[in-house]
Design a binder for this molecule. Structure first.
Ligand code: GDG
Length: 500
């Protein structure tokens, strides 16, 4: 089977979708507009969902409906709240939904990020269930549904919803127009029923999600947890063998689709002409000459195990003091969701640990951890990946983790060591990483030691194997298998799909 690429995905979409329009719906927009010094500028927000879907929309066209969160968005769109994107090379339509500050707070900061996010991640942060937030979550889902239906205008369409912000959307769409094909991808883990049942509104959430013809998760464990949750909660027939649910006489198939990255593009970008210059600049600016560089890139989130990583770095230097002054961990990534209490506590904890570890080991202008919590340009992130002898992904729980796959895709030199938490979806594929439990500080410190001392030949063969896997299981394969499953499943189960 040849490797999936842009062209083969485009052919598959044309064949499978026929006259159906593709509508992607997500909370976050792929391009955000701001007014900077009186001028309208756009930026690409960071985060896994947009990183994965934008290249697909660029190939396949269609409409992406999302919340317009940028201060300049209103000035960028037409009277239907639409704009063609990417701004430099338009390929698909972006349609924005406006929310008030109160709506954003209740739906996004509140129910999505203070309730559902901790509920679905085993990171020992207690979910906050607030009735007003829940009501706002539902009313915002209704607003999204209204905009999506207006965009579709009664034409044949397949709506592909993204993530946990929009769990109620599929049911609303199906109730309004049962001919619309509905699929959803849940980008975060799904917990077991024992955990999920603490949600006071679990029945309604599940009812919303079962408005989908197809529901995708990253890995089989999350699919099984979802099937178990439904069978314990709703009156339904759950078929574990074929991984499908019959509820209200409608079928939902539940499938694993491990998400990935655009391997070829990252591999090319890593060889771009400015990357070497940027590596030189960073070496000077951060005083990295002659040092072994370790790297972390994460949204600053309590699921990513950043404090665990810092403590492991401290323990590594305690156990192997010969590396004091010789190894540096660069931690990059944007501060996120700072309106939510748990994120403010995380930021404070990180600052404290930095002070403690850098204070204890730092000397003569050298510090063991360089913390850069800002939105760094892609070029800088790429240069850091290229410079890093090892990259640390220490999530306490993570649906997939694209940072791990991006690191592998950018190492065209077949060098570098990936230290990877077993609690990521990525660990099922990248078995040649050094897999280490982030809670086990001794093993974690030893893994850093092993990464630093690993002979070049071993680094090479491990990296070669991991690159083959990411090259093969790339983002186009993720999209192709899902579109195929969604359209063929709908064709088989509840209605004829119109083809050209
Ligand atoms: C969710 C799931 C799943 C990070 N910091 C910066 C930056 N990034 C980019 C990374 C990567 C993306 O953001 C993060 O993706 P992840 O997969 O690591 O994590 P989540 O945002 O939590 O995503 C996750 C994903 O959805 C996809 O399904 O893998 O499990 O939690 O691309 O490189 N990019 C920029 N500046 C930063 O500071 N520009």
């Amino acid at each position: 089977m040849p490797t999936w690429n842009k062209e083969s995905l485009r052919r598959l979409v044309q064949r499978e979708m026929g006259e159906y329009r593709l509508i992607v719906v997500s909370n976050r927009q792929p391009y955000i507009h701001e007014i900077i010094e009186g001028e309208l500028r756009y930026a690409v927000p960071s985060g896994g969902v947009t990183t994965a879907l934008d290249p697909i929309m660029q190939e396949c066209g269609g409409t992406w409906v999302a919340y317009g969160g940028g201060k300049g968005d209103w000035y960028a769109v037409d009277d239907k709240n639409r704009i063609m994107v990417p701004p430099d090379d338009p390929a698909y339509t972006l349609r924005l939904v406006w929310l008030t500050e109160e709506e954003e707070q209740g739906y996004y900061d509140g129910f999505s990020n203070a309730a559902l996010w901790p509920l679905c991640h085993n990171a020992y942060t207690e979910p906050v269930f607030n009735l007003d937030d829940w009501e706002t979550y539902k009313s915002v889902n209704r607003e999204f549904a209204k905009q999506v239906l207006d965009e579709i205008g009664g034409q044949p369409a397949a709506v592909f919803t993204q993530d946990y912000h929009l769990a109620m959307l599929p049911r609303l769409i199906r109730e309004a127009d049962p001919d619309i094909i509905t699929g959803q991808f849940w980008h975060i883990p799904w917990p077991n029923p024992e955990i999920f049942r603490i949600c006071p509104w679990q029945d309604e959430l599940l009812d919303g999600l079962l408005g989908n013809d197809m529901l995708g998760f990253h890995i089989g464990d999350h699919c099984n947890n979802f099937l178990d949750t439904v069978s314990r909660t709703l009156k339904s027939r759950v078929d574990h063998e074929y991984s499908r649910i019959n509820y209200k006489d409608e079928l939902t198939v539940v499938r694993p689709f491990p998400i990935s990255v655009d391997f070829e593009r990252i591999n090319q970008d890593a060889q771009g002409q400015y990357v070497d210059e940027e590596m030189d600049r960073l070496t000077d600016e951060l005083n990295l000459g002659g040092k072994v560089v370790g790297l972390g890139i994460d949204r600053i989130d309590y699921t990513k195990g950043i404090p665990h990583r810092f403590r492991a770095m401290g323990r590594f230097l305690e156990k192997f003091p010969e590396y004091i002054g010789k190894v540096v961990l660069v931690q990059a990534g944007v501060i996120s969701r700072i309106q939510v209490d748990a994120y403010q506590q995380l930021s404070a904890q990180i600052e404290e640990l930095l002070e403690e570890i850098n204070g204890k080991f730092g000397r003569d202008g050298w510090q063991p951890i360089i913390y850069m919590p800002t939105d760094l340009p892609d070029l800088t992130l790429m240069a850091l990946r290229r410079m890093a002898r090892f990259c640390v992904v220490s999530s306490l729980h993570d649906g997939m983790n694209l940072v791990a796959k991006e690191y592998v895709a950018s190492r065209f030199d077949e060098d570098g060591v990936l230290i990877l938490s077993p609690f990521t979806g990525a660990a099922l594929e990248l078995t040649d990483a050094l897999i280490v439990n982030p809670y086990a500080i001794e093993q974690f410190a030893d893994a850093i030691h092993q990464a630093v001392e690993m002979p070049q030949e071993e680094r090479r063969w491990r990296m070669v194997q991991m690159r083959e896997i990411v090259r093969e299981n790339n983002i186009y394969k993720w999209a192709a298998l899902m579109v195929e499953d969604l359209m063929q499943g709908a064709r088989r189960s509840r209605r004829p799909v119109r083809t050209r």
